[in-house]
Design a protein around this ligand. Structure first.
Ligand SMILES: Cc1cc2nc3c(=O)[nH]c(=O)nc-3n(C[C@H](O)[C@H](O)[C@H](O)COP(=O)(O)OP(=O)(O)OC[C@H]3O[C@@H](n4cnc5c(N)ncnc54)[C@H](O)[C@@H]3O)c2cc1C
Length: 428
């Protein structure tokens, strides 16, 4: 691939005997975004000195956790060893945590290996779960009727909660912060409703969706479908309600009404908690006011430091934080980065594409796809606002394969080409 590189790596000593402490490109975070970008760069730019910094031994396919929570898939199918995924990736892999960004000096500090210099930096550290904003959460998680699909530590409890639930209120929450996959808090609710209906328990269970948001979904087309489902299936919604405390000994969850400030207690038989989420503190030197990495929403290049790029959940891209969005961003970022390294302007523009497979039962799914303007940007030449079995198969069978075989190997950059192929002759 022809590309004049910015400069070859300068030597600033070594991190260890075999590892230089200066790189052409450093990628911080080897999750959904980092793994894809690392493979794209590693495959095509073999002469570059690239480092991937990731502290975790495991790589998670988090979209699977909705299905794990509903007992459809096992947890193991959502996990892979980081080393297995990167064995053939010929770049430097550092199992370490970045603890400081020093952008003025093109430098990051690692928890154990010291300072590392870079010419270009890609930041993709994801978003942190902040369960501690809920008073009493640690005690609550000791109980059998409190669960969350959001963490690898708690997702397997969800299926047990669903099975144990016999009667009373089943509450599903949505916090008062940006979160990853804004559809996930309600997907597990529809699955639970379907499960309780099939097992004959539904009449004894009152299902509540207590959400900080003012409505069910941000994209009007899909919100309409979801509101109809909620109505048809007898689910009660309490919008602008933010979970602030769980009194586990009393089975009471306390919500703050975000409009009135009132504290509203709800008794529960089970509760599925979606935690508040936040960008890592260490992103501050490269972050916006909210702490997310401050990038241009079209080019993914940092607004202040042109040699820094970011994608995924840690970036301030104003779209839904999903793996699907990451896939599209990765293609844009890759081309913009290599062009900037070659001294050119970033040529590609990201349109905010994101997608959310809204699983509505054990056999149906609405595949929401949309852009920055919340306009549907659907891949398939059918009305994706309808619940469909084909979309459920897509979510449960096809997407995991796509993730493990194409996404984490850097071969997937979103459905743009597929959309063009399938919708040939049709306008978007
Ligand atoms: C329950 C659930 C359901 C979901 N469902 C869907 C879905 O159906 N469809 C969809 O598209 N998306 C879904 N998502 C969202 C999707 O998983 C995320 O948007 C995606 O994983 C974001 O990728 P990322 O690389 O930005 O972050 P992550 O994949 O979270 O990766 C971040 C990585 O950075 C590493 N890291 C963190 N801090 C540091 C540091 N200081 N130094 C170095 N490395 C660091 C972490 O260890 C991690 O490996 C779901 C998520 C959840 C939790």
């Amino acid at each position: 691939m022809p590309c004049k590189m910015y400069s070859s790596v300068r030597k600033f000593g070594t991190l260890s005997k075999h590892i230089p402490s200066a790189f052409d490109i450093a990628i911080v975070g080897g999750g959904t975004a980092g793994m894809n970008i690392a493979w794209k760069l590693g495959r095509y730019y073999k002469k570059l000195n690239i480092a991937l910094i990731e502290p975790s031994l495991f790589h998670y396919y988090q979209p699977m956790w909705t299905l794990v929570g509903a007992g459809i898939k096992n947890f193991e199918s959502s996990v892979s060893n980081f080393s297995d995924l990167t064995r053939n990736l010929r770049i430097v892999k550092l199992r370490d945590k970045t603890v400081e960004f020093i952008p003025e000096e093109n430098c990051i500090r690692l928890a154990t290996k010291g300072y590392l210099r870079y010419n270009y930096l890609v930041v993709c550290t994801g978003i942190e779960l902040d369960f501690q904003r809920i008073k009493g959460i640690d005690e609550a998680f000791q109980k059998d009727n409190v669960c969350s699909n959001y963490s690898p530590d708690t997702v397997q409890k969800t299926w047990k909660c669903l099975q144990n639930m016999e009667s009373g209120n089943a509450i599903f929450t949505f916090p008062n912060t940006p979160i990853k996959c804004a559809g996930a808090p309600q997907k597990i609710m529809y699955l639970a409703e379907d499960y309780w209906r099939k097992t004959g328990k539904r009449d004894n269970i009152n299902i509540l969706f207590n959400s900080s948001l003012p409505g069910i979904f941000s994209v009007p087309k899909y919100a309409k479908s979801l509101n109809e489902i909620i109505e048809k299936r007898g689910i009660k919604t309490n919008f602008r309600h933010n979970l602030i405390e769980i009194k586990a000994s009393e089975n009471v969850a306390v919500f703050e009404n975000l409009d009135t400030g009132d504290k509203v207690p709800f008794e529960y038989g089970m509760i599925h908690v979606t935690p508040a989420q936040k960008p890592s503190e260490i992103l501050k030197p490269i972050g916006d006011q909210a702490g997310f990495v401050d990038v241009d929403k079209y080019t993914l290049q940092h607004v202040k430091y042109p040699n820094i790029f970011s994608l995924g959940d840690c970036s301030n891209l104003p779209t839904s934080k999903t793996a699907a969005a990451v896939a599209s961003q990765s293609g844009i970022l890759f081309w913009n980065l290599v062009n900037v390294m070659a001294g050119r302007d970033p040529p590609m523009k990201y349109d905010g594409y994101s997608s959310c497979p809204l699983v509505t039962s054990y056999s149906k799914c609405i595949l929401a796809e949309f852009d920055y303007d919340l306009k549907p940007k659907e891949t398939f030449p059918v009305d994706q606002g309808k619940e469909r079995r084909s979309m459920f198969i897509m979510k449960s069978t096809f997407m995991p394969l796509l993730y493990w075989f194409l996404h984490v190997t850097g071969r997937w950059s979103g459905p743009g080409k597929l959309r063009k192929l399938l919708r040939f002759g049709l306008s978007d």
